[in-house]
Structures are given as C-alpha cells and as structure tokens.
Design a protein around this ligand. Structure first.
Ligand code: FAD
Ligand code: NAD
Length: 152
C-alpha cells in the first residue's frame, strides 16, 4: 500500500492539535502531535505516538515525564513552528505548570509521567499517567485532510 493513500485515509479522522513538551537538564523541547488519545479514567492515562526519528523521542525516554498542551484556534502558528515548518529559531515563552514547561493559553495543559512505552513500527507509543491538569475555555484548533480548520 502506498504511504499517500494511508495518510489520506488517516487524514479523514478529524483531530485536535497538541504540542508535547519535555524538559531534561533544564533544556525544554516541544513537538506538534495529533496522535493523542484519552486511554483510562482509573487510573488517569493518556497516550501519545512519537516518531522514532523525532528529536523529542530520546528526551521523553530520558526525562520519564512529558506534558501535553491542547491548542486553541489561534495557535496554528505555534503548531507549524513545533512541527518544524517554520525555519526561524524563536524564543518561546513557555509557562510552567506542575514544574513542567507547557504552552500558554492552551485549552488544556496536562502533565504526565511515563507509565509505559511500546515501540510500534516507526513510532513509540508513550502511555502517560496524568499527574496534574488545568483547562480553560476557548475553541480548538482542528486538523482534517492535512489542513488546519476552525470548528466555529
Ligand atoms: P524538531 O524539528 O526538533 O522541533 C520542532 C521545532 O520546534 C523546531 O523548529 C525547533 O527549533 C522548535 N523547538 C523545539 N523546542 C524548542 C524550544 N524549547 N524553544 C524554541 N524552539 C523549540 N509527529 C509525531 O511523531 N506524532 C504526531 O502525532 C504528529 N502529529 C502531527 C500533527 C500535525 C498537525 C503536524 C503538522 C505534525 C505532526 N507530527 C507528528 C510531525 C512532527 O511535529 C514533526 O515531524 C516534528 O518536527 C518532529 O519532531 P522533532 O522533535 O524532531 O522536532
Ligand atoms: P498528512 O496528510 O501527512 O497527514 C494526514 C494524517 O496521516 C495525519 O493526521 C496522521 O493521522 C497520518 N500520518 C501522517 N504522517 C504520519 C506518520 N509519519 N506516521 C503515522 N501517521 C501519519 O498531513 P501533512 O499536513 O502533510 O502533515 C505534515 C507533516 O507532519 C508530515 O510530514 C506528516 O508525516 C507529519 N505528521 C505526522 C504524524 C505522526 O507521526 N503521527 C501525524 C500527523 C502529521
């Protein structure tokens, strides 16, 4: 099967957009991800799928912690930036929540410890046990057919 038809099919599943962040030795790294799932209520678990080649992958492994920020409809630029689609180097003013770097003004900031990780093909699935979270009102940034959408 061609990669393109797989991506086209997966792109029919409309998602929100998150930025995954982690901190190791005082250094913060962020990456855009839409492969995010709510997994379990008791205990509270979530899952993210991170490409094996992504530079954040070994950092999460080493840190054992990560955070998920669910982006609002005005944060498309941040999504493109943390997907490496904007080449300039920027000074990002992260917020600190539960001692973790998170994206300011996101609809939700969720901090996690890695409860389990599974290599699945060319990605690693990180199951995170939620240590804290906070939410705020607003409309989401959506991703559908490889394009950003607003749902309002
Ligand atoms: P890098 O290329 O190392 O970093 C991305 C960018 O962020 C770079 O420009 C870097 O300079 C900048 N940056 C990082 N940290 C900081 C910091 N502290 N201060 C300032 N700048 C910083 N990939 C997946 O594996 N899983 C997914 O679920 C997924 N979903 C995606 C959804 C969307 C909508 C898009 C557009 C992309 C998605 N990707 C996903 C692809 C992924 O975002 C890119 O491949 C990513 O660039 C690779 O990650 P990296 O850790 O190598 O990032
Ligand atoms: P696209 O058409 O590549 O993506 C559509 C859908 O295909 C995505 O929502 C995702 O479900 C799936 N997909 C795409 N690349 C994948 C990958 N490498 N592994 C697993 N699933 C994947 O959309 P686009 O705007 O061209 O994407 C921008 C860039 O971000 C591309 O390089 C794409 O590969 C990457 N991306 C990666 C993932 C991921 O790794 N899970 C998800 C979305 C986008």
């Amino acid at each position: 099967m061609e990669d393109r038809i797989f991506r086209t099919a997966m792109g029919k599943f409309a998602t929100g957009v998150t930025v995954i962040t982690t901190k190791i030795g005082g250094k913060v790294h962020g990456m855009t991800a839409n492969a995010f799932v709510s997994v379990s209520l008791n205990p509270k678990l979530i899952l993210v799928s991170i490409g094996e080649d992504a530079s954040i992958n070994p950092l999460i492994k080493e840190a054992g912690t990560f955070a998920v920020s669910i982006l609002n409809e005005d944060q498309e630029d941040l999504s493109a930036y943390f997907a490496g689609q904007i080449k300039e180097e920027r000074q990002i003013d992260f917020d600190t929540f539960n001692d973790a770097p998170v994206i300011k003004d996101a609809l939700a900031n969720i901090t996690c410890t890695v409860q389990n990780s599974v290599i699945a093909g060319d990605h690693t699935l990180y199951i995170g046990e939620v240590t804290d979270l906070r939410v705020q009102d607003g409309e989401p940034l959506a991703f559908f057919e490889g394009k950003y959408k607003k749902i309002t």
